[in-house]
Ligand binder design. Sequence first.
Ligand code: C5P
Length: 234
Amino acid sequence: VSAPANVCVVIPAAGLGERLGLDQPKAFVAINNWSLLSLTIRRVLDIARVGHLIVAVPADFKTEALEHIDRAMRDANKKIPFDVVVGGETRTQSVKNSLLALDQLDSFVLVHDAARPFVPQSVFESVIGKLDNGAKVVIPVIPVSDTIKTVNEKSEVINTLDRTQLRAVQTPQGFAREVLSEIYATTDLKPTTDDAGLAEIAGINVSTVAGSVESFKVTTPFDLEMATNFMNRK
Ligand code: C5P
């Protein structure tokens, strides 16, 4: 029996979070004195298989990022090797920059948004489990509860999509390392809103596992309020 594959988690945290309307990058916004970044790293540290962490942050935030990583590691009482890299203008570029810090030993790479601090451990485990079983790309998804329609540039309805076929896509998105490196190595890299989008463009099969409503992404001021309530629950 061979040893389980090493897992590296990449955390894109270089977004400016303009939709949040605050004066600092989203990942550095705090709830109860904990930044979204430190909360997210704290969750990641609970996953025993994760042996390497790469965090992409805005250019001026490298030093500050070290404090947030250190805080999460002290709270978890666990230290793992990590790298802090400078992100890019798009999420896609931030992930691409992160991949330069990959180690030869990182067999699986999970890309997880800093803006999803409450992702349950079970979602990480499902993604890793599917990679263990040979899947090359795995994403967590949830059914959509709203009806979704497409509109034209005048916001008039074009049509209604079949909800039974729709899924909302979350992170962590898991990859066999060589597959992720390959899809990000293309010269005409198109910015996509998630990493698996690049795999689809490359014609690679993408598997799904059950995501979680707890893994919601903090995007708007209302999300931040929800996140605060969620953290203070019980
Ligand atoms: O903006 P959005 O919520 O889709 O961003 C998702 C994640 O990607 C966030 O954690 C954000 O910090 C990160 N991101 C990044 N670099 C960018 C844009 C977004 O690392 N240029």
